[in-house]
Design a protein around this ligand. Structure first.
Ligand SMILES: Nc1ncnc2c1ncn2[C@@H]1O[C@H](COP(=O)(O)OP(=O)(O)OP(=O)(O)O)[C@@H](O)[C@H]1O
Ligand SMILES: [Mg+2]
Length: 331
């Protein structure tokens, strides 16, 4: 794929699972309705969506495991239907589930076995196995039986297995699902280390993971892409989610309206409300730029008898993005 800009192109992918008999068209499941996205080379790209959004179905089409009902896709420049063998040569895939490793064999022996299966030479198997185990942090456990591995270690070994033939592109379905937080951090670190040598497409319904790990994200809901961009771009499109909240010790009695007007006149501020609280006041400020708003508001407040008790800065999250494009919360 030398010279190619994009690792994966998906255009108007669609997949319908027929229900029951051949002629009963009613009740078919439209798992993927219309999904398009492009994965730039050397980056981690995320398909983020709630349960049943169509993520796994999409990546099964890209991995040549399912034929699209409509639309097309290219992986490493090859058509997933007409050039499926070439696609598989350029692809490493890790789907969910624990299968595909031999518990009685060591990590190293598992990789040797699969390397042989892929037709790799003994030399290159030895070299790649060493490199990949190092990359995912399993070198010290390389000669232990896999049945004694934790879930996170097994998941990292799956990644190693998918990387053995050095594919330029990796597809990972919910790589950290079911892992404890520490194991998830380890695995994310290993995934982040794959770029820019490899291009990675992963699915997740973990907003934090998508935010942290992915250069770009396509948010998928009900078989469609509802938003796409870098995490920062996506979050910048959400209005009303960026807030500065300041609590003061004084109630600002009598001057609340004046303060409200003054803050409201600040450039990055969209709206402000001041509420009396038990012992003091709460200023909630909606704005376009939290850093500037905080700065300007604090210097303004110095002119009033208002000592600050707490300051909270709230930036939009991908959860807010999902809420704004899908009209409901993620879970
Ligand atoms: N083999 C199948 N036969 C019929 N329907 C299916 C099949 N596989 C998936 N579906 C349906 O297609 C839709 C999309 O499923 P898919 O597994 O692609 O979603 P997903 O985004 O991966 O969800 P999750 O986050 O739960 O893994 C769902 O409504 C699901 O029930
Ligand atoms: Mg899935």
């Amino acid at each position: 794929m030398a010279g190619m800009e994009r690792a994966i192109d998906a255009e108007h992918l669609r997949r319908v699972y027929p229900k029951g008999g051949l002629f009963r068209r009613r009740g078919d499941t439209v798992a993927v309705d219309d999904i398009s996205f492009h994965v730039p080379r050397g980056t981690v790209f995320g398909l983020l969506g709630p349960n049943g959004a169509g993520k796994t179905t999409t990546i099964k089409m890209l991995s040549t495991l399912l034929i699209p009902t409509a639309g097309w896709a290219r992986v490493a420049g090859f058509d997933v239907v007409r050039q499926d063998r070439a696609v598989r040569r350029h692809l490493g895939v890790v789907l969910g589930g624990d299968r595909g490793l031999y518990g009685k064999l060591s990590a190293r022996a598992n990789l040797q076995y699969f390397g042989n299966l892929y037709g790799m030479t003994t030399d290159s198997i030895r070299r790649r196995t060493g490199e990949m185990l190092e990359l995912v942090g399993l070198t010290e456990r390389a000669d232990d039986r896999v049945e004694r591995f934790s879930r996170g270690m097994k998941q990292r070994l799956h990644l190693t297995k998918a990387l053995l033939h050095d594919p330029p592109i990796l597809i990972l379905d919910e790589p950290t699902i079911g892992l404890d937080p520490a194991a998830a951090i380890d695995l994310r670190r290993a995934i982040a280390a794959l770029v820019p040598r490899h291009s990675v497409l992963l699915t997740t319904h973990d907003m934090h993971e998508a935010d942290q790990l992915c250069r770009e994200i396509a948010i998928v809901d009900r078989g469609r892409v509802v938003a796409q961009g870098t995490p920062a771009e996506l979050k910048s499109r959400v209005s009303g989610a960026r807030r500065v909240v300041i609590e003061t010790h004084e109630t600002l009695n009598g001057r609340a309206l004046e303060v409200e007007r003054a803050i409201g006149a600040l450039e990055p501020v969209r709206s402000v409300s001041i509420r009396p609280e038990d012992r003091g006041a709460n200023l909630t400020i909606l704005c376009d730029d939290t850093a500037r708003t905080l700065d300007d508001t604090l210097s303004l407040l110095r002119r009033y008898p208002a000592t600050i008790r707490t300051v909270t800065v709230i930036e939009p999250t991908l959860e807010d993005v999902f809420l704004s494009v899908a009209g409901r919360s993620f879970e």
